[in-house]
Design a protein around this ligand. Structure first.
Ligand code: PMV
Length: 331
């Protein structure tokens, strides 16, 4: 099934944008990762995942219908070449909603994520774009449908449609209409996420091809969906019980297990730099010395630290350059 077939019932007959729209969506950090697709076209996952959205850090997107024959796409005040991969992905997404040759857009994208933080912006970017398309074409989709729309742009974007803790339910349907985020009814004031930059350069293998290689070549991958399903249960318990050690341990174990499947791929997929491992070792040492700090990592060399506000000063002493976000505000 292709994306247009999935969206057929949601698109209005005239396919014309009615208005401009400006929208924001937050970045999200997965505590249980999405790694591997059961459908590459529709970004349907092999496993459910669970994330926390990063409050005011994310992407602002403005979508304006224009008269020109091609889309004009801006990123953080630079106009991008239409042939760039970024523009092609955005124009292809917009093509899902307009009749060919009928209208173009100026898309202005501004990331409030510090560029040096090494955070992926495709999740917040496609979530903001999905919301803007919904308003511009007056599709009147509900939040779960918006999450489906965002997933068609980039898998993890379906979680960025929501604030707070979000579960991406993997769903069973072939058209993926049951594969979307839902917000957990829970908050954790004082929870801290620290962004530790090891290397902000563009990664060698993007997550799309990385996960495909893992699914196709790593025998270890077979155990991944089983572990992820178990970790989601543990994370939900930890959130309900406010058990920080359980949350941190489960998130760190989950991230390292995902990286084990990457390393077991062929050719091997190692996103770590020597400094990534050195930072992990520092964290293990700090923990041994009694500081409750854990980490998670995505398809790149940077670390995201998890700790509670009571330990903020202590953690900052070891990572003075770290950017800290409190997704639920102060404790
Ligand atoms: O949505 P994508 O294609 O950028 O994949 C995201 C994959 C990870 O960041 C590694 C894990 C996750 O769940 O966010």
């Amino acid at each position: 099934m292709d994306k247009s077939a999935v969206l057929a019932d949601w698109i209005k007959p005239n396919n014309m944008p009615i208005t401009s729209s400006e929208q924001f969506a937050p970045s999200n950090i997965a505590l249980c990762k999405y790694w591997g697709k059961r459908d590459k076209q529709l970004n349907l996952p092999m496993n459910a995942s669970l994330s926390v959205s990063l409050g005011h850090l994310g992407t602002h997107t403005r979508l304006v219908p224009i008269d020109y024959s091609a889309d004009e796409i801006w990123l953080n005040s630079d106009r991008l070449l239409p042939s760039s991969a970024f523009c092609q992905r955005i124009s292809a997404f917009l093509d899902l909603f307009r009749k060919p040759g009928t209208c173009s857009f100026r898309v202005t994208t501004r990331n409030s994520i510090p560029t040096a933080a090494g955070l992926a912006s495709s999740a917040s970017g496609f979530a903001a774009l999905a919301k803007a398309v919904n308003e511009s074409f007056q599709l009147e989709l509900n939040t779960e449908q918006l999450s489906v729309l965002a997933r068609l742009g980039s898998g993890s974007a379906c979680r960025s449609v929501f604030k707070g803790f979000v579960e991406w339910q993997m769903g069973q349907r072939e058209d993926g209409l049951d594969s979307h985020g839902i917000q957990l009814n829970a908050a954790w004031p004082g929870l801290c996420v620290g962004l530790v930059k090891v290397d902000a350069s563009v990664k060698a293998t993007d997550s799309r091809s990385g996960m495909q290689r893992t699914v196709e070549t790593a025998h270890l991958y077979q155990s991944w969906p089983v572990q992820a399903a178990h970790d989601i249960v543990l994370l939900k318990e930890a959130i309900a019980e406010k058990d920080f050690a359980k949350l941190g341990q489960t998130a760190e174990h989950n991230a390292l297990s995902m990286h084990a499947t990457m390393i077991a791929s062929w050719p091997p997929l190692v996103y770590w730099q020597p400094e990534s491992l050195a930072t992990m070792q520092r964290i293990w040492k700090l923990r041994k010395d009694g500081l409750a700090v854990y980490f998670t990592m995505d398809a790149g060399p940077n670390l995201k630290l998890l700790f509670e506000q009571a330990d903020l000063d202590a953690v900052m002493r070891y990572f003075p350059d770290m950017e800290v976000i409190q997704p639920f505000g102060h404790g």
